[in-house]
Write a protein that binds this ligand. Structure first.
Ligand code: FDA
Length: 396
């Protein structure tokens, strides 16, 4: 039977990085994954260019029942450390927006870098491998993989969350946590598009594909200023993905579709200068024309087909409210099928924030998305994967 210092389950972002660093520190590491290639989510990420970190990483950008938990790991392995590594491999990158760093060429470069780092650490990688059972005795952990048994003194669970089952996601990590008595907090899809109730969906179907800058607010007061996209299923775009992590079923979100304009001022000034200009053409200076036409069909009271001279103050107040405080009650989300992340997971109260080791189960570690730490859209989730992996690797 093969004996290792550490077995890492999951060759995703966190698992590969942890295995590589532990290997380079002299540990004998086995990295196991159920897929046929490593880093499948990395390859899909950032539209194939991997948004690998963010310039503005801060603990406030992470959701967790214990908001302090992520601080230690994030402070000890920062975005600058990962940028140094990317630079060392000569991977060209650029900032797209809001501090989000992407590869110039391809996410494959990040996977190749992680594989190279694992090779440098002498990591043994077993792909297409299912973990059939895990037991623990005084010598450590005994794992049954398909057809073979392996042992290690330490076991790292980096098997991710439930999002995108097509990319190998499984509840494995939560099951192991429960097997060893750790609490698992309820999970739900995060960074995910909203679906809409049928009548509204049908009304908005004509503007599928239209994107606008927006400010979106959840009932808990969380606000994001990013673009919003109307789709044939509902609402998407960065603003919606971000707020979805703060939304609970049944709640409303409030959307400002014209966030950078004082609409009353604009309408009053235009009325003084061009009283015969149509409301439709005036609004189309600030919003996509298809959206204006759709609103005129949906809310003929507030958006009458009249000239500015004919628009009365009740109608003007109504249309400004509709555009700047549009309250929408999503029907739900698209769920794990399209979600970028899984909220909830292994309760951080059961883990050390310095090493990610289970407090009551020596030698058992949980890193990356399987833990109840979920970042915003924009490279925050990969930075948590790198940072939690680095903190754990140091302790192996
Ligand atoms: P990850 O999911 O990466 O890896 C888990 C691994 O465990 C997988 O390889 C899986 O096959 C394996 N596994 C699962 N169950 C197993 C079992 N029973 N036995 C063996 N192996 C098992 N984040 C970001 O910061 N920037 C971005 O650009 C994006 N973009 C993005 C796009 C899309 C489409 C998705 C779905 C997600 C993103 N994300 C992202 C989120 C990011 O991908 C995610 O947070 C990290 O991949 C989490 O890393 P982990 O290593 O924890 O899990």
């Amino acid at each position: 039977m093969e004996q290792f210092d550490a077995i890492v389950i999951g060759a995703g972002a966190a698992g590969m990085f942890c295995a590589a660093r532990a290997g380079q520190a002299g540990r004998r590491v086995l990295l196991v994954d159920n897929g046929k290639k490593p880093g499948r989510k990395i390859l899909m990420s950032g539209g194939g260019r991997c948004n690998f970190t963010n310039l503005y990483i801060e603990p406030a950008a992470y959701l967790s029942q214990n908001p302090h938990f992520c601080k230690s790991a994030l402070a000890r392995y920062t975005q600058w450390d990962f940028i140094d590594l990317v630079n060392k491999y000569g991977i060209a990158w650029h900032e797209k927006t809001l501090g989000q760093l992407f590869c110039d060429d391809s996410a494959q470069q990040i996977v190749d870098m992680l594989v190279a780092e694992c090779e440098k650490g002498g990591v043994t990688m077993r792909l297409r491998s299912e973990v059939l059972s895990v037991t623990r005795d005084e010598a450590g952990y005994l794992l049954t993989l398909n057809g073979e048994e392996v042992r290690a003194t330490r076991l790292v669970i980096a098997s991710g969350g439930l999002s995108m089952p097509g990319l190998g996601a499984s509840p494995f990590g939560y099951k192991i946590a429960e097997q060893f008595g750790l609490k698992v907090l309820p999970t739900r899809a995060g960074l995910v598009p909203f679906t809409l109730h049928k009548p509204l969906l049908e009304q908005l179907s004509v503007i599928s594909g239209v994107s606008v800058p927006s400010v979106i607010t959840a009932e808990d007061g969380t606000v994001f200023r990013e673009s919003l996209l109307f789709t044939h299923r509902g609402l998407s775009g960065p603003a919606v993905l971000q707020i979805s992590s703060y939304w609970q079923p049944g709640e409303f979100v409030t959307i400002n579709l014209v966030p950078d304009t004082d609409l009353h001022e604009v309408l009053n000034a235009q009325r003084a200068a061009h009283p015969n200009q149509s409301l439709k053409n005036t609004l189309a200076l600030h919003l996509p024309k298809r959206l204006v036409e759709c609103l005129m069909l949906l809310h003929p009271e507030q958006f009458p087909d009249v000239s500015l001279r004919q628009l009365n103050s009740r109608q003007q107040n109504g249309l400004v409210d509709t555009l700047q405080q549009w309250r929408v009650q999503p029907n739900g989300t698209e769920g794990y099928r399209t979600a970028e992340v899984t909220l909830g997971g292994v309760d951080t109260h059961a883990l050390s924030s310095r090493t990610l080791e289970a407090r009551d189960v020596p030698g058992l570690y949980f890193i990356g998305e399987v833990v109840d730490v979920t970042g915003w859209l924009g490279g925050y989730n990969f930075q948590w994967a790198w940072a939690s992996a680095a903190a754990c690797a140091q302790a192996l």
